[in-house]
Design a protein around this ligand. Structure first.
Ligand code: UD1
Length: 429
């Protein structure tokens, strides 16, 4: 198992290119199940979650060919008229987003067995909305041995009103309803760029989804077994969470970093908050520069996580590391996953002072962080520990780095190129 050794404090300086978005790539790969023709997806990030999803598609009977390019991967995926419509626990428990295969397999092949995912480090993470979608579109669902066993000859369009915004449930509903008979209306849906991009991909494949990027969607079902497909390559959008993580790292280390291959429009709230904290941010078309070189004292800025375009829950932990060194007290209100504070204990080992009360974390700033060995617990928590390690004086070891490799492509190499002293080592070395 690898760990990261960071020698701080660092001042990040230079240019970093953002990889393709993990959270867009996963539903896009799964959407390929619906196509009659092979689908080519490009700009996939080189991440263990992507390898895992491709393996899952192969397990389900997909024909998958990967093409490795310099800094990314392309995948050609083809699903024929028969598939193995079973996603067992062993696969689903490793990656919760595997639940997304339920809708497309059901819609195309009429039946599917998918293991129910359990909880994870960031909370209970129920899947009741996924179940509701299948029922609303006319499927029969049995729960047996921890699996959803779902059947339906032909799905029927329906109206589904979501009680709150769910990224996963919106994507599941879109991917299921595109092959239903008649019209489906989805209300209170996710407008996250990753969801919109998945919708655009489905439309390129022949689906008729109207209203993408707004709170309500109208889907005219294809009334056939497959979408006609597209021969054109479909590129994955840049990862806004990766871009945001480097932006926060630049600000926290008092550095100057140009972030390229990015869509700054996807990060408006972060850029606004960085500016509020006193940092200069210059925005271009597909790049932006965070310049904290002349910042004497970081202003504390309160955040509340919310669905897009609100502050992303996936940047909450990184923002907390930044606020630990702000000049005063700030609060974080985590409204998406109410217990997503597993990083707090580890940050405290580096000298952070954070008080938790319900969904609110009060971050007592003005901390002088000091290096220590810490344990990564989930993907974004690991990123917050890396940022804190860059800021801290002395050596920080971030253990269980496989969490970070799920979602950050070559993070050690990218930080090294920005001037950080960071090394990937093997436990026991
Ligand atoms: C969520 C985040 C997403 C982030 C991802 C990984 C939001 C709206 N979603 O997406 O940005 O990238 O985590 O950190 O910010 N829920 C249910 N029943 C369900 C599905 C969800 O109760 O069937 C709840 C969840 O527990 C959570 C909320 O709905 O409190 C949002 O969940 P959802 O958006 O579906 O989660 P992800 O798709 O994992």
């Amino acid at each position: 198992m690898d760990y990261l050794l960071i020698k701080g404090p660092a001042v990040l300086d230079g240019t970093v290119a953002v990889s393709g978005s993990k959270n867009a790539a996963l539903p896009m790969l799964v959407a390929s199940i619906l196509s009659k023709k092979f689908v080519q997806i490009t700009n996939l990030p080189r991440l263990s979650d992507i390898d895992f999803t491709l393996k899952l598609l192969v397990e389900l009977g997909g024909n998958v060919r990967m093409i490795r390019e310099n800094n990314s991967i392309s995948a050609n995926i083809e699903f024929k008229d028969t598939a193995h419509c079973v996603a067992p626990y062993d696969l689903v428990r490793k990656m919760r987003s595997s639940i997304l295969v339920m809708g497309p397999l059901l819609a195309r092949y009429g039946h599917v067995t998918v293991s129910m995912p359990g909880g994870c480090a960031i909370g209970a993470r129920p899947v009741d909305l996924h179940e509701m979608i299948m029922r609303k579109l006319g499927a029969d669902i049995d729960v047996s041995d921890g699996n959803f066993v779902v059947k339906c000859k032909k799905l029927k369009g329906s109206e589904i009103v979501f009680p709150f915004v769910s990224v996963g449930a919106t994507q599941a509903a879109m991917m299921t309803a595109v092959l239903a008979k008649g019209t489906t209306v989805l209300k209170n849906v996710s407008t996250e760029p990753e969801t919109v991009e998945t919708g655009h991909m489905l439309n390129k494949m022949g689906a008729k989804i109207h209203g993408l990027g707004t709170e309500n969607l109208i889907i005219d079902g294809a009334d056939s077994d497959t979408l006609p497909g597209t021969g054109d390559p479909i590129p994955v959008i840049p990862d806004r969470i990766e871009a945001g993580t480097y932006a926060i790292a630049a600000a926290a280390t008092g550095g100057k970093v140009r972030i390229t291959n990015a869509i700054p429009g996807h990060l408006e709230i972060l850029i606004y908050n960085l500016r509020e904290s006193g940092v200069k941010v210059d925005v271009g078309d597909n790049h932006f520069t965070v310049d904290a070189g002349s910042v004497k004292s970081i202003k504390p800025v309160d955040i509340i996580t919310a669905p897009y375009p609100g502050f992303p829950t996936d940047l909450q932990a990184q923002w907390m590391s930044y606020m630990c060194i702000a000049d005063g007290i700030s609060t974080i209100d985590e409204q998406i996953f109410k217990n997503r504070y597993i990083h707090v204990g580890e940050l405290m080992r580096l000298g952070a002072r954070v008080k938790l009360s319900g969904t609110v974390a009060t971050v007592l700033g003005n901390r002088k962080l000091k290096g220590a060995p810490v344990m990564a617990t989930d993907l974004r928590a690991s990123a917050s520990l890396v940022i804190a390690g860059l800021v801290a004086d002395g050596q920080t070891e971030v253990h269980r780095v496989y969490h970070i490799d799920r979602g950050y492509e070559r993070i050690d190499e990218k930080l090294l190129s920005l001037g950080a002293e960071i090394e990937r080592l093997r436990e026991g070395d």
